[in-house]
Ligand binder design. Structure first.
Ligand SMILES: C[S@@+](CC[C@H](N)C(=O)[O-])C[C@H]1O[C@@H](n2cnc3c(N)ncnc32)[C@H](O)[C@@H]1O
Length: 178
């Protein structure tokens, strides 16, 4: 059984069971590579972004063939691919890394505007949000505001929050329906 409170595991289960076509996927925040490994095992191909060379170099050593690592901001996603079936964002800073290098609301929103346009019908985007640090609180509000305004004829958007915990991570799921 999966741990419901461990959102990073919970979201993987939802994606496996619900994404229509397991072809092209995108990890918008490579970090330590857990989500990229998951996507590489369940999708034909993965594009994986991070702005930290350390993350790219560490993952490269694993020599996983169906992963294209991209040292660039996820707001440039449209430079590298046209469309995809599943995208994952795990916002914030690198665990056990430099906490001053974190995702920022401006580039996250640009990336989300592009990603929601590039997502194939039947596909999903997951976003794990953290409010435990100032930058994260601000970014979470912007992301929730953006997602709540997505056209409801084209997207189903769900939000999961643990309302009896202190500063818990939360999850947004975007499904493109037409
Ligand atoms: C919470 S970590 C991701 C965790 C990761 N998914 C994992 O499985 O370990 C967030 C990552 O986003 C990266 N990041 C920050 N800003 C970014 C941007 N504009 N584009 C792409 N990656 C970015 C950070 O360098 C950091 O590695």
């Amino acid at each position: 059984m999966i741990n419901f409170y461990k959102l990073t595991d919970f979201v993987k289960q939802i994606l496996i069971e619900n994404v229509n076509n397991k072809d092209v996927s995108v990890d918008f925040t490579l970090g330590r590579g857990n989500d990229t490994v998951f996507l590489s095992e369940n999708f034909n191909f993965v594009y994986s972004f991070d702005i930290q060379k350390e993350c790219i170099d560490d993952f490269e050593r694993r020599k996983i063939e169906n992963v294209k690592l991209i040292l660039d901001t996820h707001s440039n996603v449209d430079k590298y691919l046209n469309c995809f079936d599943c995208g994952m964002y795990n916002l914030g800073y690198l665990p056990r890394g430099d906490k001053t290098i974190t995702t920022l609301k401006e580039s996250t929103i640009i990336s989300l505007i592009k990603a929601t346009n590039m997502l194939n019908v039947g596909g999903f985007i997951s976003i794990v949000l953290y409010v435990g640090h100032e930058q994260g609180k601000d970014e979470s509000l912007e992301v929730l505001n953006f997602c709540s305004k997505l056209d409801n004829r084209k997207f189903n958007v769900a939000y999961l929050n643990f309302i009896n915990k202190n500063s818990p991570p939360s999850l947004v799921l975007i499904n493109k329906v037409r």
